[in-house]
Design a protein around this ligand. Structure first.
Ligand code: NDP
Length: 508
């Protein structure tokens, strides 16, 4: 099957390329060494963006600007009410520019426009939540240490933070980091993925319009090895928050070690939905299709495994097939599309290779989405691999594409073992009408999130992050701002002091 990509949409995507520059110390600038990058739309195969790429020199300039803005600038010294007002203004401007930002994420990442519009609205909501937390951030006091002592624990901003984001949710993932860092009073140096930088540059414009002081947020464009690696190692940076691959997450921790920076890391997952025989099967099938194919499976939270109780497979797969067949794969700019393009031709090849190796290992291909071609761009349809055994790579390794692995279990204990049988621990789903079953499995899951009779819902109020090799730390939730702070203990003493030298030592 070959998708005909709508020529009108293609023309719209090709209306560029638009050129984007870095934001350093309040000015949009080119890189010191004059390097350039560009992005070809994965859905249309045409160049849509050009970027001024930075190098180490620009990282030094951006960190110096963020350092000045933190050490002597107004941002950390503003009242919470004033910082909160800037975040709220930013949220309003995001809402105003929602369609433009969504379109940029669509043409650069290949995600469907209907989904992207929801993501940008969700991002604005997170900025507002961070603005609320900004007003309530506080420390502790201890008046129970004796009449002559008062203990006060301050929460102070940690300093300059480096924020590094991937390509799969360009505007949403930076919203899970930056507003909370700013709410705490930190200043930031941000690096989006070199493939999907446009919407983050627009965020820079929005923040300047919202009244953020110069240097409080700096946005660097460029590659991970040139720019990201120098940010994570930089002695002027106090904390790194990174979202992306396990390999770069490990490198980030190593690069941060010599200067003992705080590190927060969000990595991948091999998340499972476990379906028991007494589940609402219609709902579970619906969630399985959504979990596996949302964002073309290029999602850390993707439900890339379904673990079915023995005897369910035939009925489940039959219902699954009907729904999966109705998932519209196509032009990301078409509002009917549910599964858009795959991020790069190279990534598509890797997904195909993972499917081929599952077949070679003896798994059964129930649905094969590799046959989808397109007049432009690169696409893949819903793919389902049944009869997967726990020891197969396709049961353990993240594929990051529209590929679902189906496994089976006999007992609840076995379900828990399979659920936990990967190095990852990001999220899980449980489907049963029995409260004991749901609670026991939710408690047994070694994951940061468990959805019970639902899947992949998200709220700014609820913490998000991974156990095991899915990451370190949590984003969102009421502690999100605290993550960007350091505590300082101050002890106030009143009245005369008794020196230890004045008391004769006693030896028993
Ligand atoms: P990467 O880890 O390659 O990249 C993430 C970010 O880190 C990008 O901005 C990248 O820059 C940057 N980077 C790359 N190398 C370095 C380095 N040495 N030091 C500092 N920063 C660096 O992930 P991808 O974006 O390519 O996604 C690949 C995989 O990551 C996926 O297949 C998936 O497994 C996982 N992932 C997990 C997510 C999650 O939320 N947990 C989200 C997205 C991806 P650049 O690419 O511009 O060179």
């Amino acid at each position: 099957m070959t998708l005909a990509i709508n020529p009108a949409a293609l023309a719209e995507a090709a209306a560029g390329p638009t050129r984007y520059r870095m934001l350093i110390d309040g000015a949009f600038v080119d890189g010191a060494e004059g390097r350039e990058g560009s992005r070809v739309s994965p859905g249309h195969g045409v160049e849509v963006s050009r970027y001024a790429f930075g190098t180490r020199v620009d990282v030094d300039r951006a960190v110096a600007a963020a350092r000045r803005a933190f050490d002597t600038g107004p941002w950390p010294r503003l009242k919470a009410a004033e910082r909160s007002a800037v975040l709220l203004r930013a949220a309003d401007i995001i809402d105003r520019r929602r369609e433009e930002i969504a379109r940029l994420d669509v043409i650069e990442s290949g995600k469907p426009i209907s989904q992207a519009l929801g993501e940008i609205a969700g991002a604005a909501d997170i900025w507002r939540y961070a603005a609320a937390l900004c007003r309530t951030l506080h420390g502790e006091s201890y008046a129970n240490l004796g009449d002559d002592m008062l203990g006060v624990v301050l929460r102070e901003p940690i300093g300059v933070v480096a924020l590094i984001t991937p390509w799969n949710f360009p505007f949403l993932i930076i919203a899970q980091k930056l507003p909370f860092a700013l709410a705490a009073g930190c200043t930031a140096v941000v690096k989006p993925s070199e493939m999907t930088s446009a919407s983050t540059v627009v965020l820079g414009e929005i923040l300047m319009e919202a009244g953020l002081p110069n240097g409080a947020v700096n946005i660097l464009l460029g590659t991970g090895p040139d720019v990201g690696a120098h940010m994570t190692a930089h002695p002027g940076v106090d904390m790194v928050s990174f979202t992306g691959s396990t390999r770069v997450g490990q490198a980030t921790m190593q690069a941060a070690a010599p200067t003992l920076k705080k590190v927060a890391i969000e990595l991948g997952g091999k998340n499972a939905q476990v379906v028991f025989r007494d589940a609402d099967l219609e709902a579970a099938v619906d969630a399985a299709v959504f979990g596996a194919f949302f964002n073309a499976g290029e999602c850390c939270n993707a439900g890339s495994r379904v673990i079915l109780q023995e005897g369910l497979e035939a009925e489940f797969l039959a219902a699954f097939e009907v729904r999966a067949r109705n998932v519209v794969v196509g032009d990301p700019l078409d509002p009917r599309t549910k599964v858009g393009a795959i991020i790069t031709p190279d990534h598509l090849r890797q997904i195909h290779a993972a499917v081929a190796s599952a077949e070679a290992a003896g798994a059964r291909l129930f649905a094969d989405g590799r046959g989808i071609g397109a007049s432009a761009g690169q696409y893949m349809g819903p793919t389902v691999i049944a009869g997967v055994k726990p020891e197969m790579p396709v049961a353990r390794d993240e594929i990051f594409g529209p590929v679902l692995s189906v496994l089976s279990f006999r007992t609840a204990e076995e379900a828990a073992q399979l659920l936990n049988g990967t190095d990852y621990g990001l999220s899980a789903g449980v489907w049963s009408r029995d409260i004991d079953t749901c609670m026991n499995l939710a408690r047994a899951a070694r994951t940061g999130t468990v959805w019970v009779n639902t899947f992949m819902d998200g709220y700014p109020e609820l913490p998000f992050g991974g156990a095991k090799q899915s990451g370190l730390g949590r984003e969102l939730g009421k502690a999100a701002v605290e993550d960007y702070t350091e505590t300082k203990t101050i002890q106030f003493h009143a009245g005369p002091r008794t020196g230890w030298w004045a008391t004769p030592a006693t030896v028993d």
